[in-house]
Design a protein around this ligand. Structure first.
Ligand SMILES: Nc1ncnc2c1ncn2[C@@H]1O[C@H](COP(=O)(O)OP(=O)(O)OP(=O)(O)O)[C@@H](O)[C@H]1O
Ligand SMILES: [Mg+2]
Length: 328
């Protein structure tokens, strides 16, 4: 996908640190010094293994880090406004109208007692202050937009009557009905089978682009980002370790962790095994000084164990946090 370099910045995250206290031990530092810019109309993929801090970043943007989690430092600017300065009322408006989040397990997101049409319509009534009839019309249009088969019948269906793929489309309709300018998709299609996943992703991408919106696309599947994102950000133990245009990233991945992710994504089961056994070990094994990835890195030197690497811009649209980046 071509980059949209002329557009302005819609989201600007600077030096974000977020932690969760843990009883009788050091807090988990879920995000460490996150710097990230998203331009208008841009889709940025955020990739990292389980526990790397992806959802924490999503929730930070939504200003939904709940106690005892806390933002230790840093700022998040959306459309020029520092989100930390907004009141609850302003945030509620922002969350429905400007920034929307699509998450997995669509069934638990939906109210089992209300028809899906009415659930979508209620969002339009509340956030767009539309009269009932208008809201219903808009909900119907949205069911068509997310390509639900037989939308007139589905409007009156209850969530349990829908397949997983259809329920995910309803959740997307709810997220997109107010034409948000910024969408966060947090692993939204991971529960669906591969064909349905592809359909839902294509649709999400189309809708985002039609609306000229930006998207933070969170996934554990690095392969998906090649098709749907302009930029790729790799997160490891709460830190962005590589950030590049999708083209640059796939042409020339430079962080050893990125290379590991790419080999895990390959069809070679031996390589894939590297990726699956990790989980929270990423944070537990991470040294507090030096590179957090050093303990697992085949390229680690004494310098890596002693000195924390800074993010370095290697070429235009390609930065990496590594003392010994992989060269082709
Ligand atoms: N409410 C919480 N209380 C304590 N620790 C938390 C809480 N939420 C997240 N964490 C910790 O913060 C770290 C980052 O978690 P987060 O959920 O952001 O990861 P993730 O990248 O979204 O993982 P996954 O791919 O499994 O969804 C993990 O170590 C996790 O255990
Ligand atoms: Mg998550």
């Amino acid at each position: 996908m071509a980059e949209n370099s002329a557009a302005g910045t819609i989201l600007n995250i600077e030096g974000l640190n977020v932690s969760y206290p843990v009883y009788e031990t050091d807090p988990v530092r879920a995000l460490r010094g996150i710097d990230l810019k998203v331009r208008e109309g841009e889709i940025i993929g955020l990739v990292g293994e389980s526990g790397s801090g992806k959802t924490t970043l999503a929730r930070s943007i939504m200003q939904l880090i709940s106690r005892p989690g806390r933002v230790d430092s840093g700022r998040i600017e959306y459309d020029g406004r520092d989100l930390a300065t907004l009141g609850e009322e302003e945030l509620r408006a922002l969350r429905g109208n400007d920034i929307a989040m699509v998450i997995p397990n669509p069934r638990t997101e939906l109210n089992p007692l209300v028809t899906v049409g009415m659930q979508i319509a209620n969002v339009a009534r509340y956030h767009l202050s539309l009269p009932r009839k208008e809201a219903k019309k808009m909900a119907m249009a949205m069911l068509e937009a997310v390509q639900i088969p037989d939308p007139t019948r589905r409007f009156k269906a209850y969530p349990h009557e829908l397949s997983g793929g259809m329920a995910q489309r309803v959740v997307m309709a709810i997220a997109l009905i107010c034409s948000p300018r910024f969408i966060i998709s947090d692993d939204a299609t991971s529960g669906l089978d591969v064909t349905v996943q592809t359909q839902v992703l294509e649709l999400l991408q189309d809708l985002v682009q039609q609306q000229g919106a930006s998207m933070l696309f969170i996934t554990r599947d690095i392969g998906i980002t090649a098709h749907y994102c302009h930029q790729v950000a790799i997160i490891y133990a709460g830190e962005i370790v590589e950030l590049a245009s999708t083209q640059n990233f796939f042409d020339n991945p430079q962080h050893p962790y990125s290379v590991m992710l790419l080999s895990a994504f390959s069809h070679n089961p031996k390589l894939r095994g590297l990726w699956t056994k990790v989980v929270d070990a990423a944070l537990e094994g991470a040294a507090e000084s030096g590179c957090y990835f050093a303990a697992r890195c085949v390229r680690a030197s004494d310098k890596c164990r002693a000195e924390h690497p800074d993010m370095r811009e290697m070429t235009d649209a390609h930065s990496v946090r590594c003392h010994h980046p992989v060269e082709r």
